[in-house]
Design a protein around this ligand. Structure first.
Ligand SMILES: [Zn+2]
Length: 402
């Protein structure tokens, strides 16, 4: 079993982070992905400030990564609307220093006089020297790489989260997931950078070893999300862990399917059906290779409620639906104490509480992170302020399973 711990710098959006981890955790296999909630702030003082503008994006933006497709018209106009920020940039060692700090903190188990359940829980969060640690960040680095691994150990990595949508019709979670997995595969198989650097392809072939010196190469890498025959042979010769390779290929295939679905959608908007798995709290999108978006029981209660009220509901009338909401919630949480359930639904329907709006926006951001804004628009709960809120998707595409 290989363990990969995922952390983030302080400014990274919590929902985006959770979506990346949830996506990776869908793929069970040799690598176990472990999310940690504590965040790590980069030092105030940046090593350099890079002002990004349209020009910069038209020039080659060096990345160690992989893919290439012609950008559809839609994304060209999107690009113009972006207000490019100035980006603080740090040297790579600043990111690795945060990872070291994290590793030190997670080196030892709780003292043995702690509660056994706490000790067990903390053990799964322990970080061993051979574990991989990824820090996800919005902060730039001086070389402007998207992915960097600490050369001598091959176990510490940073991944940059922004700008992917300049290259790709995709939410950042897909290229990020792809790079987490290909980084693990590379470093587990070859040990560290010096062992695999000679394999890098300067001329892109749509392989995980493409260096992607040109931005179009990135898109090729994502669209093909593959391992070329030369690299496949090289990793086989190194005695690659077969279970790891299988899991990596599974993730690559899934990422590729997501990228292609989005590209096609731009030209011909065809929606996936949606299967609502009540027992597991999952929204499943079968035509998107069974992509899964996880909702907690209260979020799922809200979602099911709006699915059942196709014509929409005005939020201020929600107290009238107290009984119906409570019933849905109790069906989802049969073992929960009745008073406790009633309390939560009372809060949800209380016009003075912000609870319902929070749930709606939480669901929206989960769907947006996974499906992309354009596709998600038909599945989220939306409507004017004070007006009817509803879910737009045609109900013949909706299936509830128990
Ligand atoms: Zn290759």
């Amino acid at each position: 079993m290989i363990r990969a711990h995922i952390i983030r710098t302080a400014e990274v959006d919590e929902d985006l982070f959770a979506s990346v981890v949830q996506y990776l955790q869908q793929f069970k296999g040799e690598v176990e992905f472990i999310a940690h909630q504590e965040t790590f702030a980069m030092p105030e003082k940046k090593d350099k400030v890079i002002k990004m503008d349209d020009e910069d994006f038209d020039k080659a933006f060096p990345v160690m990564c992989e893919y290439n497709l012609q950008m559809p018209e839609a994304s060209k106009s999107f690009k113009k609307e972006l207000d490019f920020p100035s980006v603080g940039a740090y040297s790579w060692d600043k990111f690795f220093a945060l990872i070291d700090k994290f590793r030190k903190k997670k080196k030892n188990a709780l003292p043995s006089d702690s509660r056994p359940s706490d000790v067990r829980k903390s053990e799964s969060y322990l970080v061993k020297p051979e574990d991989h640690v990824f820090i996800l960040t919005y902060q730039g680095n001086i070389e402007k790489w998207f992915v960097g691994s600490e050369m001598h150990n091959g176990r510490n990595h940073f991944i940059h989260l922004l700008y992917w949508n300049h290259y790709l019709m995709s939410e950042p979670i897909y290229p990020v997931a792809y790079h987490v997995m290909s980084t693990i595969l590379r470093n587990q198989t070859f040990g560290h950078y010096n062992e695999y650097m000679s394999l890098f392809h300067e001329k892109a072939k749509g392989c995980m070893m493409d260096l992607c010196l040109d931005k179009h190469d990135i898109i090729l890498k994502m669209r093909t999300a593959d391992i070329c025959s030369v690299c496949m042979e090289a990793i086989q010769n190194k005695g690659v862990n077969q279970a790891l390779l299988r899991q990596a290929l599974q993730i690559f295939d899934h990422v590729r399917a997501q990228v292609l679905f989005r590209e096609r959608f731009v030209h011909v908007p065809i929606f996936s059906s949606i299967r609502i798995d009540r027992r597991n709290g999952e929204l499943i999108f079968p035509e998107m290779s069974n992509l899964v978006v996880k909702l907690n029981p209260l979020e799922l209660t809200v979602y099911l409620f709006f699915i059942r009220h196709e014509r929409g509901i005005i939020l201020s009338y929600l107290p009238d639906y107290y009984d119906e909401l409570l019933q849905i919630y109790q069906e989802l949480q049969p073992s929960l104490d009745r008073d406790e359930a009633a309390l939560r639904i009372a809060d949800l329907t209380n016009p003075l509480s912000n609870s319902i709006s929070e749930k709606i926006s939480r669901i929206k951001s989960k769907l947006k992170n996974m499906l992309g804004e354009e596709i998600a628009a038909s599945y989220v709960i939306a409507g004017p302020n004070g007006g009817l809120k509803k879910i737009g998707i045609a109900r013949d595409l909706v299936e509830e399973i128990i």
